[in-house]
Design a protein around this ligand. Structure first.
Ligand SMILES: C[S@@+](CC[C@H](N)C(=O)[O-])C[C@H]1O[C@@H](n2cnc3c(N)ncnc32)[C@H](O)[C@@H]1O
Length: 431
């Protein structure tokens, strides 16, 4: 019952108060016994995945919406509906636990209402669910503006993309090649009964068949592996830093890709990692410390490098730009409700300002790898075409030098081989 009340409070914080799930959920989890934390997470993620559907159904079952101080109870009703439709909890237990949670929310007068809504849902379930299927927002669990953009970008695949966003993503790890190669580490995990799969073309990634506690992964505390989605691991691979080079990681926090660049190429001249957000930059240091790696960390604005960099120009720059994060909705379903259509144009503008500024910091002959975890063409292919059109000394080059695949950009859609949605484009400056 405490878990359901906690879920209602987290959902209220996220949906009504605009807090991110990454902030609201861990705080609530700490207040619960360890055994209940996974259930809390499952309910919060699930309700956020299917929010419009659950909202629609609750509207059909109530004469007027709960407002003001009663909003947490509104989310408790969604928690109850989610359990009845999507979870394997026996219906009588789901209803009883949800109704009891009213006590924790200190709204005892509403327990009759919660009970009636959930029981009426059980009686009318088939009819209500088929009504919900008649509307794309409810059917796919996305806001209308995002459905419209994804439909326009992927007219053949839009439904697949939307459904992929509602899947539970697999856990991926990155093998630190300073210690083990991919196959050796896979065998080490197998000895501990952790089954991991190799995905061709990603040279340090392993996809786990079942998620596991990181501390069960051999050598995790000593940096022998890290948790990182497979798609994100192509950044260091495509950047392909060489011995003796000066490298810039322009939007680095929390530092997953910074660490990967250093693991792959320990003989760099120097790596500079910049981020605008001081709190997130502190996490880069924590990550590097665990991995026993070193970089120069700078708190700065990548669109104004003149404020923080007076040194030589860089051989290679990774620009993992701030973006809509529409490729990682599986991992952060709150993005669907926290982002607005009106956020996209300012993000595109910021990305283009950072691109222009970073280009000035690149040596002639140097390469810049542009990356986002977005699936929107405005932030990806269109952003890069405009950049190439206005930058006479920029040329697109193949992402991988030694391969038959000569593509110079790659839009990965969510759930391609279990990966997140990501975009890469590689540019070279005329020598
Ligand atoms: C996609 S995340 C980077 C993820 C990171 N590369 C990793 O692999 O862990 C984008 C980052 O850009 C940072 N950022 C946003 N605007 C920025 C700016 N103007 N200059 C530098 N960093 C910025 C954000 O704080 C955020 O940490």
């Amino acid at each position: 019952m405490k878990t359901r009340a906690s879920a209602a409070k987290v959902l209220y914080q996220v949906v009504d108060r605009g807090q991110s799930l990454t902030t609201a959920l861990p705080t609530a989890q700490q207040l619960l016994p360890a055994k209940d934390r996974a259930l809390l997470q499952e309910i919060c993620y699930g309700v956020l995945r299917w929010l419009p559907r659950l909202e629609f159904i609750s509207r059909q079952l109530m004469s007027k919406p709960l407002t003001g101080k009663q909003r947490p109870v509104h989310f408790l009703i969604l928690v109850g509906l989610y359990q009845l439709k999507f979870m394997r909890i026996p219906a009588h237990a789901a209803v009883a636990e949800t109704v009891n949670a009213i006590k924790v929310l200190k709204s005892p007068k509403l327990s009759g209402l919660v009970n009636a809504v959930l029981r009426n849902y059980q009686r009318q379930q088939d009819d209500l669910e088929s009504q919900a299927d008649g509307n794309d927002t409810c059917k796919f669990g996305h806001p209308g503006w995002l459905i419209k953009r994804i439909k326009a970008a992927y007219p053949e695949q839009w439904q697949e993309v939307l459904m992929a966003n509602n899947e539970r993503p697999p856990m991926w790890i990155r093998v630190n090649q300073q210690h083990h190669n991919q196959a050796d580490y896979q065998a080490l995990l197998a000895a501990d009964e952790i089954v991991a799969e190799i995905v061709e073309s990603a040279d340090s990634a392993l996809r786990l068949v079942k998620p596991t506690d990181v501390y069960k992964l051999a050598g995790f505390a000593d940096g022998h592996c890290s948790v990182q989605d497979g798609a994100a691991q192509f950044a260091a691979q495509f950047l392909d830093a060489q011995p003796g080079e000066l490298i810039l990681d322009a939007c680095a926090a929390p530092g997953g890709k910074t660490a990967h660049i250093l693991e792959r190429q320990p003989a760099l001249k120097h790596l500079v990692a910049v981020d605008f957000d001081a709190t997130r930059l502190a996490r880069v240091q924590e990550n590097l410390t665990r991995m026993q790696l070193e970089a120069e960390l700078i708190h700065g604005d990548a669109s104004k490098p003149e404020d923080w960099w007076k040194g030589d120009k860089f051989d290679r720059i990774l620009l993992d730009a701030p973006c809509s994060a529409t490729g990682v909705i599986r991992r952060h379903p709150d993005i669907k409700w926290l982002r607005r259509d009106s956020d996209i144009a300012p993000l595109v503008q910021l990305q283009s300002e950072i691109l222009d500024a970073m280009w000035q910091q690149l040596k002639p002959g140097g390469t810049l790898l542009y990356a986002t975890c977005s699936i929107l063409p405005a932030e990806n292919s269109e952003q890069i075409s405009s950049f190439v059109a206005r930058t006479p000394d920029a040329t697109l080059i193949p992402l991988t030098a030694n391969s038959d695949n000569q593509a110079s950009s790659w839009q990965i859609l969510p759930n391609t081989q279990g990966m997140d949605g990501f975009f890469y484009a590689k540019l070279q400056k005329k020598a």
